[in-house]
Ligand binder design. Structure first.
Ligand SMILES: Nc1ncnc2c1ncn2[C@@H]1O[C@H](COP(=O)(O)OP(=O)(O)OP(=O)(O)O)[C@@H](O)[C@H]1O
Ligand SMILES: [Mg+2]
Length: 364
């Protein structure tokens, strides 16, 4: 039977990100000397960028990529960590692939080592180091990627013992980059607040660099929206410059939201799609605030300014001890983004600013 290639009325696009792709290339072309922390608001394209980068570089360089997606929730760091990072090799096992041509690697161990590690009679870091060394000696660059680091946040903050293991892992990463230059290590998360905590706890200053992946710039959005067939394979409709401006005005460069709006345009007029979308975001904001008027006070700040520092929230009748926790909660729930390099907070995207404005108009 001949397999039919699926065709859709709208495809997933890949727009812009030239500077970011070049930045990652520079990092890989340099002898490993620091950890790269990839941060940026929710759905800013961090994972997509990493995949694209690996696809591009795979044909040019001999890499051994270990891509660890921590999306699942961790309960017991030591055991879950081992299950995620190490695999007992079995013969004939099909290789897992990240995309059509990138294999996902794990640290391969045999059953006896696994038993020893689980019983804590062998040091997993030594096993990792030995494999990294072996690869380097074969002329292969090991690249370790940890995506969705925020999955570790809860156990990290709630449990001292678990925190020690995560810190030990980061200290191992420092040793592999800054000290022995054995592997490139990239860590991605949309929770800048948590990245900052890990960064400070593991004494990562001078051993790591922050790399921001943000929503698209206006020129990239306009290029996309005015060439829908080229980027999204959409043939059913085209957009005028003023339509494109309206979309930019509503969701800015947030690609995931742009895709959603484009899908809506197959059946509804643009003004309806956009106004309904703003109302939806207002609903989300309302839901997050709930009955907690302290959160309302926090969001009120963004009626006056686009970004805010901690001190901007202080004079809002919220006790200082509660403020940190509230901000952390709003970052964790992707209402606000915290940029760890500048220590500023801001709503996750342009649509959230609309949601906040609508919320206050109604609340008034
Ligand atoms: N360069 C791009 N051009 C167009 N669309 C993109 C681009 N990058 C990502 N997207 C789309 O945006 C959405 C989010 O992308 P992705 O999951 O990579 O973001 P993320 O930053 O990893 O999200 P999270 O914060 O949840 O980890 C996806 O639907 C993806 O197809
Ligand atoms: Mg991601």
């Amino acid at each position: 039977m001949i397999e039919k290639k699926q065709s859709y009325r709208q495809d997933v696009a890949f727009v812009g990100m030239k500077k970011e792709l070049a930045g990652l290339k520079l990092y890989i072309d340099k002898e490993p000397s620091e950890i790269l922390f990839i941060h940026g608001p929710k759905s800013s394209g961090k994972t997509t960028l990493l995949y694209k980068f690996l696809e591009q570089i795979h044909s040019e360089q001999k890499l051994n990529v270990k891509f660890l997606d921590l999306r699942e929730t961790f309960t017991n760091v030591y055991e879950d960590f081992l299950k995620t990072f190490f695999r007992v090799e079995t013969t004939g096992e099909k290789k897992e692939t990240l995309s059509s041509n990138i294999n996902v690697g794990f640290f391969k161990i045999d059953a006896s080592i696994e038993k020893k590690i689980l019983e804590k009679r062998a040091d997993p870091f030594k096993v990792m180091e030995a494999e990294l060394l072996e690869l380097t000696q074969k002329g292969i660059k090991p690249v370790l990627i940890i995506d969705e680091l925020q999955a570790l946040e809860k156990i990290y903050l709630d449990n001292d013992k678990e925190r020690q293991l995560v810190t030990a892992l980061f200290n191992f990463f420092v040793a592999m980059t800054k000290e022995s230059h054995l592997a490139h290590i990239l860590i991605a998360s949309s929770d800048g607040y948590f990245l900052n905590t890990v960064y400070n706890d593991s004494k990562l200053k001078k051993c790591s660099e922050f790399f921001k992946v943000d929503y698209l710039k206006k020129e990239d959005v306009m290029e996309w929206l005015l060439n829908l067939e080229k980027y999204s394979k959409i043939k059913d409709y085209t957009l005028s410059e003023s339509d494109a401006e309206k979309i930019w005005d509503t969701v800015g460069g947030s690609m995931w939201e742009i895709q959603l709006i484009l899908a809506g345009l197959f059946s509804e007029p643009i003004d309806d799609v956009l106004s309904l979308y703003k109302k939806k975001i207002k609903g989300m904001i309302e839901y997050n605030i709930g009955t907690d008027m302290r959160k309302e006070k926090i969001l009120e700040v963004f009626l006056e300014k686009e970004t805010a520092h901690v001190k901007d929230f202080i004079h809002r009748e919220i006790p200082a001890g509660e403020l940190e926790k509230l901000l952390q909660d709003m970052v964790r729930n992707n209402i606000l983004y915290f940029d760890p390099t500048e220590a500023v907070y801001y709503p996750q995207g342009k649509s959230y600013l609309w949601g906040i404005r609508l919320y206050f108009e109604l609340a008034a």
